[in-house]
Each structure stands twice: as structure tokens, then as C-alpha cells.
Write a protein of this length. Structure first.
Length: 603
């Protein structure tokens, strides 16, 4: 392993290895359980393909960039931009689906929001972003707050000393340009939606407040709650009470000089499951601060090639989903978007969804908690990223940390996935092993997986033996028999060899069909072809002994810049079971009846 890469990895593990997965981040969790003010709505924007607002003509960073929100004071003053008379866009929202001129736009757009905020004495103020694709440089009142890379995870900055009571201007430079060393890298099969794609929120807290916590069932236990709480502030050493009123739980701990305390107590709670997605009101409080949350308690583990939820074997009847609102044709972000997508998944008969290929917005995860849908959550380590690049590794690890920090109190999330369809190599294995270790140090309770590939031992034997499997709890495998690999009936003669005695999830299979295009089942792009493919797939899958779940590709057609075929794709991947207009294709009903059969079989 290259020295600097090894060093980066060990530093990261030490950082992460503080007691019970607490990672030294400044991310505030459970924003909706705090006192907040939304900055959503119309923001002024400046489209800046040449980054003129950031660099001068010598391509040197400017002192007087657009983040200054400057106004001419005298008639002779030369200011060549003006937010207040500029175009507006909605936040949250991607820019591509809000303005036809920006559909294919990849570059920088500056966002500006003005606001007044009367802060109470002795309190602290933070600005929180649910997500901004891809790189965000954030300024308040002309001062740089910070920088964030990664389009699908939250970040926040403290603005206690930068904010004024009146006429604040928050300026964000968002750049979604793709880079070879980034995560994801240059090539993906989804639309590179740019912008402030998720909510922006002001959070007011007392001087010392509850920054982060974990309250979940201890690994392997059905009645022992374990976790920790982390305070942020000078009064670090104080009592914190954890209450679950409905279960008559009242437990008190004392934080140490770093504001940290472990939590451990016994309670026989009603367990969360798809059939009964029980969520408890949980409150954490100190003398001056309290945070409330809705948390489900369930155990998830593997036993040989079985997956056990609350100690019972479970089959994951799933579907893959992109974070795209099919009807609006843009990035999904709202509760309504989530309710529609998860509602369609439930209509299919799903108890599980694979949220591909990046962390989806918190509304999706919270609703999965409520609706009883188990979740595979993933970071965009997708196809062939730069495995030997230290910054790329740190970037991927940071995204992983932010995803886990945001969602580790969510019962619905049962699987963390560290990668999708990555080519086997020593550098790749070491990179992903590093991520797996990082995830385990942050969350010892959930299962680790990755969507890997298979190969042929001979013409009819498919083999799942990716070396990464030894580090995973659950083996994910994508296969496209009948679409990229032969015709649908090829599945009939295939057998599967899985090298490890671990649960297998077929994390992708499928084929494209344009809704309403009909013809013989041998004709590609027709609904009949897709239906036939699903029928052959299901017959093959039923024969795989260690199969414990499937998440076919994909719930709905979605935009992709890699799909130009006129009158068929038109820049949409058409592997959805539901069209981009919400119409169910014939294959939708094939999968639905397969899941009904499984339910009858108690799966
Ligand atoms: C890949 C990949 C998906 C992609 C799909 C397809 O397996 O993981 O992101 O969209 O195949 O080709 O349709």
C-alpha cells in the first residue's frame, strides 16, 4: 500500500475509532428535531460558466468576487453583476429541470439569499445544507464560511459571529463539473443535476447543545439499547437525560470533558419491522437544551447465508430507485416525492428498496422508517474511480461518514453499501476495505455490502467470488442476463456458484422498454421483451439457494446523458417498471405477482 495512502487510512481509522463509532465531525444530526428557520424558496442566481465571479482574468482567485454581493456606490463604480435583479431559482431544487437552458449545464452557478435574523442573546447560530451538487463554497456577508465536496450528503457551518440581525446575504458558489478524481468520477449513468438540491436551514442552539447521538439496539440484542451522546460547547461535562415516555424509560448519563457519554440500558421495546414499523418518541435533554426524535428499534444480522431481522429470517423483496421525481423530471427532494416513490414500491409488494447510487435525501429515509421499508444506502463509489488517489479516498470516506452520521438512528436503514460495479484490483480492494473498516468503526450495528459483478466459469455457470466479499456481510451482485448479456431465455440454462456462505442480493437485473411500445417478445425496447426478461429472470433467481433479496433495476425510467437513442430513450434510461409519466409497464405486474407469491410463502 502506498505510504501516504496507508497513512491517510490509519489517521482516518484512529479518528473514527473513538468509543462506539463516534466520529469527530461537526455535523448536526436530526435537524428536524431542533429549533430551525427555513431559507428555502426563491434564491437569486448568476450563471457563471467561466467562474468570473471567483477568478480574475489571470485565473487568480479574486478578492472582490461575487460573494461580496457588491453594489455600485457612486455613478462611476464598475460592478458587472447584480444578484438583486438576477434570475431566481427554487431551493431546494436542481437547476437543470427549472430552466431548459440549464438542462445539460455543468459548471458554476452562484446562489444568493438575503435574510434577517434576530438571534437570542447567548445562543449560537448554524446554517445547514441538506445537500449541494457537487462542490459548494459558502460565504456569509462576504466572508468565507467553508467548502464542501460531495453532492448527496449534508454539511453545516457556524455563523454565530458572522450573522447580523438585519440584511445578511448568504452566497453559495455551486459547481457540478465532473472530475476524474472525484466521487463519483466522470462517467455515470444518471443525470448530473446541479445546485442546492436540498433544504437550507438556520439552526439556533444554546451555547452548549446536543450535537449528535446514537440510540439503537446493541448488535445481537433485542432488549439492550446502546449508543452515545455528544455535546458541543464549553459546558461539556453535564447530565443528559434520555427519555422514551411511551416505554417508561428515563435514563441519565453524565458527559465527560469532551462532552461525550456512552448510553446503555435495558428495555423490552416493540420492535420495528415492515409489518409493524413502530417508532418511539425519544427525547434527549440537558438543563438548557433538548432534542426529540422518532426512532425505531430492530436488530439486523446475518447467520450463514441468511439475513435475520429481529432474529427471524427475512427475504428482501426490493426495487432500485434513483432520487428523481419522475413526473417533474428533476432531483427528488420533498416528502411528497418520497411518498410517491415509496408508495409505488409498496404497490409492487416491496419491503425493501435500494437507494442508488448515492445517499438520498432525509425525507426518503424518514418516510421509509414510517412506512416500514428496509433500505440499502450507498455512496457514489461508482464504476472506475481513482483507487490510488489519497484525496479521492478521503473524499469517499467523508461522504460515507456524513451518510452514516445523518442516518444511523434510522431503523429502516439495514445496509451500508460502499460501491457499485467496481473493477477488481489490489488498489480497489484496499480502497474499499478501508471504507468498510471506516463504516464498521462508525456503526457496528448495520450490515456492509457492495454491488459487485459476477463472471462465467463456463458457458452456463455464473460465479460470485469477488475478493471483496470476505469483508462484507451481504454479497450484492448486478447481472444483466437477457439485456447486455444475451437474450432473456439465456437465464433458463444458467446456474450460480457463490463462493462464500453469505446472503446474496441480486442488486440489479432488468432491461429497457418504452411504455406503449408493443411487439413480439423478441423485439427489444417493447414491453413484451421486458416482461419476458423478468419472467425468465424470476425462474432463474428462484433456483439460487443463498438468494436473500433482489432489487431489480429500476422502479422508474430516469434521465441519463448516456442514452441518446431517438424516439426510444431520448436521454432516458428506460429500464423502469414505471414510465417517466407514471405509467405501469407489463413487467411491473410480473414482479408484483412474484412478490405476492413470496409473501404467500411467508417471505
Ligand atoms: C449498471 C449500473 C446502473 C445503470 C445500469 C444500466 O449496472 O449500476 O447505474 O443504470 O447498469 O445500464 O441500466
Amino acid at each position: 500500500m502506498k505510504p501516504n495512502f496507508a497513512l491517510a487510512l490509519s489517521v482516518l481509522l484512529v479518528l473514527a475509532a473513538t468509543a462506539f463509532g463516534q466520529q469527530q465531525t461537526d455535523l448536526l444530526t436530526n435537524v428536524r428535531g431542533r429549533s430551525v428557520v427555513s431559507l428555502n424558496g426563491n434564491w437569486q442566481i448568476i450563471i457563471d460558466p467561466y467562474e468570473t465571479g471567483y477568478y480574475d482574468y489571470r485565473y487568480q482567485p479574486r478578492e472582490d468576487g461575487y460573494f461580496k454581493n457588491a453594489k455600485p456606490k457612486n455613478p462611476g463604480d464598475l460592478i458587472e453583476y447584480d444578484f438583486d435583479s438576477a434570475q431566481q431559482l427554487n431551493v431546494p431544487g436542481d437547476w437543470n429541470s427549472q430552466d431548459d437552458r440549464l438542462l445539460f449545464y455543468e459548471g458554476t452557478i452562484w446562489y444568493k439569499k438575503s435574510f434577517d435574523y434576530q438571534k437570542k442573546a447567548g445562543t449560537r447560530l448554524f446554517v445547514y445544507f441538506g445537500g449541494a451538487n457537487y462542490v459548494a463554497d459558502v460565504y456569509l456577508n462576504g466572508q468565507k464560511l467553508g467548502h464542501h465536496e460531495g453532492g448527496f450528503t449534508p454539511f453545516n457551518f457556524e455563523i454565530t459571529n458572522t450573522a447580523k440581525n438585519k440584511d445578511n446575504f448568504l452566497v453559495v458558489k455551486v459547481d457540478n463539473k465532473r472530475r476524474r478524481d472525484a466521487v463519483p468520477t466522470l462517467n455515470t449513468d444518471w443525470w448530473n443535476y446541479g445546485g442546492l438540491t436540498r433544504s437550507v436551514t438556520l439552526i439556533e442552539e444554546p451555547e452548549t447543545f446536543i450535537q449528535d447521538y446514537v440510540i439503537q439496539l446493541k448488535k445481537g440484542s433485542l432488549d439492550e439499547i446502546a449508543g452515545w451522546v455528544k455535546l458541543n460547547g464549553t459546558a461539556a461535562n453535564q447530565a443528559v437525560t434520555i427519555e422514551i415516555p411511551e416505554a417508561k424509560v428515563k435514563n441519565s448519563v453524565r458527559t465527560d470533558a469532551n462532552g461525550y457519554a456512552a448510553i446503555s440500558f435495558k428495555s423490552r421495546l416493540q420492535l420495528w419491522s415492515p409489518a409493524d414499523p413502530k417508532l418511539y418518541q425519544v427525547a434527549l435533554s440537558t438543563g438548557s437544551n433538548s432534542v426529540s426524535d422518532r426512532i425505531g428499534f430492530r436488530s439486523i444480522e446475518t447467520k450463514g447465508n441468511d439475513i435475520l431481522l429481529n432474529g427471524k429470517s427475512i427475504f428482501l423483496r426490493g426495487i432500485s430507485i434513483h432520487e428523481e421525481s419522475p413526473l417533474r423530471g428533476g432531483r427528488a427532494f420533498s416528502e411528497d416525492d418520497a411518498r410517491m416513490l415509496l408508495g409505488w414500491a409498496k404497490e409492487l409488494g416491496c419491503n425493501f428498496v435500494r437507494l442508488a447510487h448515492y445517499p438520498h435525501n432525509e425525507n426518503m429515509i424518514r418516510l421509509a422508517d414510517e412506512m416500514g421499508v428496509m433500505v440499502w444506502a450507498e455512496i457514489p463509489v461508482y464504476w472506475t474511480i481513482l483507487w490510488d488517489n489519497t484525496e479521492t479516498f478521503e473524499n469517499a470516506s467523508k461522504q460515507l461518514g456524513e451518510m452514516i452520521t445523518r442516518d444511523r438512528n434510522r431503523a429502516s436503514v439495514i445496509l451500508w453499501s460502499v460501491a457499485n460495479e467496481t473493477p477488481v484490483s489490489d488498489a480497489r480492494n484496499k480502497f474499499l476495505k478501508g471504507l468498510i473498516d471506516h463504516a464498521r468503526s462508525l456503526d457496528p450495528t448495520r450490515l456492509l455490502t457492495a454491488a459487485n459483478e459476477r463472471h462465467y466459469a463456463d458457458a452456463t455457470t455464473q460465479v460470485v467470488d469477488d475478493p471483496l466479499g470476505q469483508y462484507l456481510d451481504v454479497l450484492g451482485c448486478n447481472e444483466y442476463v437477457g439485456w447486455y448479456d444475451g437474450l432473456p431465455e439465456k437465464a433458463d440454462g444458467l446456474s450460480w456458484k457463490v463462493s462464500l456462505n453469505k446472503p446474496l442480493i441480486i442488486s440489479e437485473f432488468g432491461g429497457d422498454a418504452l411504455f406503449g411500445l408493443h411487439g413480439p417478445k423478441s423485439q427489444r425496447w417493447t414491453e413484451e421483451y421486458q416482461k419476458d426478461l423478468y419472467e425468465h429472470q424470476i425462474a432463474m433467481l428462484r433456483k439460487i439457494p443463498s438468494l436473500r433479496g433482489v432489487s431489480p433495476w429500476i422502479l422508474t425510467d430516469f434521465r441519463s446523458p448516456r442514452r441518446p437513442l431517438p424516439h426510444i430513450q431520448d436521454f432516458y434510461n428506460r429500464k423502469g417498471l414505471i414510465s417517466s409519466a407514471g405509467e405501469r409497464k407489463q413487467a411491473f405486474y410480473v414482479l408484483q405477482s412474484f412478490y405476492r407469491e413470496l409473501m404467500k410463502e411467508g417471505k
